[in-house]
Design a protein around this ligand. Structure first.
Ligand SMILES: Cc1ncc(COP(=O)(O)O)c(C=O)c1O
Length: 446
């Protein structure tokens, strides 16, 4: 049996799958943060191009991928599905473990799957510059790469703790031609106000989002892009699960468990959503979502309306949230430090169709090193959560069952995190209930 299941380029999916019409309970609408009434799509026009707004609320099950986007996808897609049998042997499990390798993209993660179409649709609408936030730097790199492909300018607000921990991400963003600020920055009013209040503030994704949205809203030629959470982002990521489905079919396999790490929910959603119809029609496919105990939005957050950012500029979304004012502890999986989960994944978790689990960062790094020493590749700290989740699932799985996890990114620019783990200086942090209660107090009452 082949180690790698390679989908021929001609079989790469040409449509994204939109799960919205298939959700068993309809998605709660986004609300205007001022009036608390459902927003109309045109209210998003100052920050997003029309095509993405249409996708955000689309009732179509399949949306064609434009040819120029397919052209860039072909630089790295289809991505391989790989049998991790050396890991299986090391664990002594009888089930099969596969991973879908999204680390082979130019940016090193799944994020270009949505960065490329987002830049494309903006360019089609005449936008000249894009502003965004980034946590660990993967999304910022992906947007800078995609802007370079289509000739747009790119401004990235990078959460300060990651900016300091990950200088190489910063350099790569610069190499693609992007400009980058540590957030909080003095480039925006929101950032400057935070620095005045707390000069030592290490930032959060919620704060960096506020800075990027403010930048877009105050510059005519600039729009905002978000690398996770929103429906259109999960839509673009469904290429992951659609390819996986075809690759499993090539070898006559069916998945019993689909596992992914969850920050905002896009790589996980991208893997599992194309299997939603099969699950709803009675196939026993379990969707296991893995998050850090330090930022446990799905396992311990409340399912309610909240702001997507600290300044309250974004629409209110119904999601599992730890409170938008929550400042996550500086754990090393920067991409998993968001206070909320995507509305689609939150909706499915609430319906019991997604099973969330949380682990400590040290046990995830331990799992990552086992993967490195058996399968040979160094995972991103975020991805280490998916590996930990897959290992725990595999230990419980039956002998002929199949576990597939999303290998969302490589960790070659995250070596400082591994150094800290190997030195034994990483702390296992579990978010205290008082901090969750405190941050939830600021949530709008709806
Ligand atoms: C490698 C990697 N995996 C996972 C994530 C989490 O994001 P999401 O839940 O949107 O896939 C990130 C976010 O930055 C990431 O960089």
């Amino acid at each position: 049996m082949d180690k790698k299941i390679i989908l021929p380029e001609k079989d790469m999916p040409r449509q994204w799958y939109n799960a919205l019409p298939d959700l068993p309970t309809p998605l709660a609408p986004p609300l205007d943060p001022e009036t608390k009434q459902p927003i109309s799509p045109d209210m998003l026009a100052p920050i997003f191009p029309d095509a993405l707004i249409a996708q955000e609320v689309s009732a179509e099950n399949f949306i064609a991928i434009p040819e120029p986007v397919l052209d860039i996808y072909r630089l790295f897609r289809p991505t391989p599905l790989i049998r991790a049998e050396r890991l299986e042997r090391a664990l002594g499990v009888k089930c099969k473990i596969y991973y879908k390798d999204e680390s082979v993209s130019p940016a090193g993660s799944h994020k270009p799957n949505t960065a490329v179409p987002q830049v494309y649709y903006n360019k089609m609408q005449g936008v000249k510059r894009l502003a965004t936030e980034t946590g660990a730097g993967q999304w910022g790199t992906s947007l800078a790469f995609s802007c370079a492909m289509f000739g747009l300018k790119c401004t990235v607000y990078m959460v300060k703790v990651s900016y300091e921990q990950k200088p190489y991400r910063r350099m790569l963003i610069n190499a693609y031609g992007g400009e980058i600020f540590p957030s909080p920055s003095t480039a925006t009013r929101t950032g400057a106000a935070m620095l005045e209040k707390d000069p030592g503030c290490k930032g959060s994704l919620g704060l960096a989002i506020s800075e990027a949205v403010e930048d877009a809203a105050t510059h005519e030629d600039t729009k905002y892009t978000l690398g996770s959470v929103l429906n259109h982002v999960l839509l673009h990521q469904t290429i992951i699960g659609q390819e996986t489905e075809k690759q499993l079919a090539m070898i006559g396999e069916k998945p019993d468990y689909l596992v992914g790490c969850v920050g905002g929910g896009s790589n996980f959603g991208g893997l599992v959503l194309p299997f939603l119809r099969r699950k709803l029609s009675g196939e026993n496919i379990r969707f296991v979502a893995v998050e850090p105990k330090a930022c446990p939005s799905l396992t311990r957050g409340q399912y309610r309306y909240d702001h997507g950012d600290v300044a309250g500029l974004t629409p209110l979304l119904k999601m599992h949230t730890l409170g938008a004012s929550f400042m996550p502890p500086p754990i090393h999986a920067g991409g998993l430090r968001y206070h909320g989960g995507s509305p689609i994944i939150s909706n499915l978790a609430e319906a019991g169709l997604v099973e969330p689990r949380a682990y400590y960062q040290n046990e995830c790094f331990e799992a990552a090193l086992l993967f490195l020493k058996t399968e040979g590749f160094l995972p991103a700290p975020e991805t280490s959560h998916a590996i930990k989740g897959a290992i725990e699932v595999a230990k419980q799985a039956g002998p002929n069952e199949t576990v597939v996890f999303a290998y969302s990114g490589h960790g070659l620019l995250d070596l400082s995190s591994y150094e800290a783990y190997m030195k034994g200086t990483l702390e296992n942090y579990e978010l205290p209930q008082e901090l969750i209660d405190e941050a939830l107090k600021d949530c709008p009452k709806i």
